[in-house]
Ligand binder design. Sequence first.
Ligand code: FAD
Length: 395
Amino acid sequence: NKKRVVIVGGGFGGATAAKYLKKFSPDTEVILIEQNKDYYTCPFSNTVIAGMNKIDYIKHDYKTLEEKYKIIVRHEKVAKVDGTINSVILENGEIIPYTKAIVAPGIDFKYDKGYIEGSEAYAPHAYKAGEQTVLLSEQLQNMKDGGTFVMVAPNNPFRCPPGPYERVSLVAHYLKHNKPNSKIIILDQKNKFSKQGLFQEGWEKLYKDMIDWRSVEFGGKVISVNPKTKVIKTDDGDVIADVLNYIPEQKAGKLAFDSGLVDGDWCPINTKTFESKLVKNVYVIGDACIAGPMPKSGFSANSQGKIAALQISRILVDLPLVNPPKLANTCYSLVAPNYGISVAAVYEAHDNEIVDLKSLGAGGLSPSYADESIRMQEAEYAIGWYKNQMSDIFR
Ligand code: FAD
């Protein structure tokens, strides 16, 4: 009577959970169901948009997970996870029973203000990597010198809090060297953002007067948008873009809604195991779950994937939970190819909350007004982080 864990979603969260579950519990049958054959990471997709890397740099496949770790990988779309019959239902009707399921579907968008499904063909969000990344990159390359790149940045909570600002930085780097008469406007739907001081210090130093950040309170508030004409109505008048990168507000991936895992926009979980508070035997990790102070990042999803796998491997053989489990996150951002900044944190899961251990001196932020050599070193660490994470997950 073999135990079976079915994992849906082969991104940072799901692929990590699959690999680590096999490590912690080799006799358990692990099935990973992912709709796409290749996975394009959002991390480093901003370097592709800015022409620093080709799209293949962020492309990964599931061969090693299948061949080396003996995970059964199925490329199928899941219709829903049905907790009443402990089974995953594929879109083709196939029913796959499980002992435990892990769900990591990532995010979906809240279409609003004239940005509807299909708008991404004109005004790419590029907030799921792959085709969208290439499209935004092409639009940037085709923009005239003297053009305006407009980004609409979402309100919290959303995937990768520093992501929009890293993107703007690298777009500015590209424009500075290729189309120096161009400018960037950020229409932000909030009043402050992640690593703001460090980003703005870098912008002042490297891209003086090129980036115009407008907070929601001071000219940034979007009333409506026409993705085809690229005219954005704000409470401070119309803004016309040559390239419009519209990043909508976000919610848990559709699969989480269809499986009854969502309360509001996101999935509530038991903090020590990541088991859903709404559906027994189903664990939710990554961007879709509510993990207190942990940001929606690839690193967080990776850390959560390991904890969920560890706790499930123990539950399956009646061992006590690891208590309290520790989690971590680091987000590197490139302000330019040789200018990196970062934020790091360590967390501990208590009964009803995940606690940031900063009061114990864990974690930190890059220093302000640091020497160039420190920014250069952090840019190297950023690349090192990416390579390590990819081999931790996919190799
Ligand atoms: P995902 O990685 O999105 O994986 C979800 C998977 O589920 C997808 O492969 C999808 O195809 C699959 N799926 C969904 N529904 C179904 C279904 N019904 N059937 C089958 N498969 C399904 N994080 C960092 O840590 N560091 C960074 O530097 C960083 N940079 C970023 C830059 C940008 C521009 C962006 C947008 C994000 C960045 N992130 C970064 C955040 C990171 O990409 C996400 O937090 C991470 O991908 C979340 O992992 P996940 O497993 O929850 O979801």
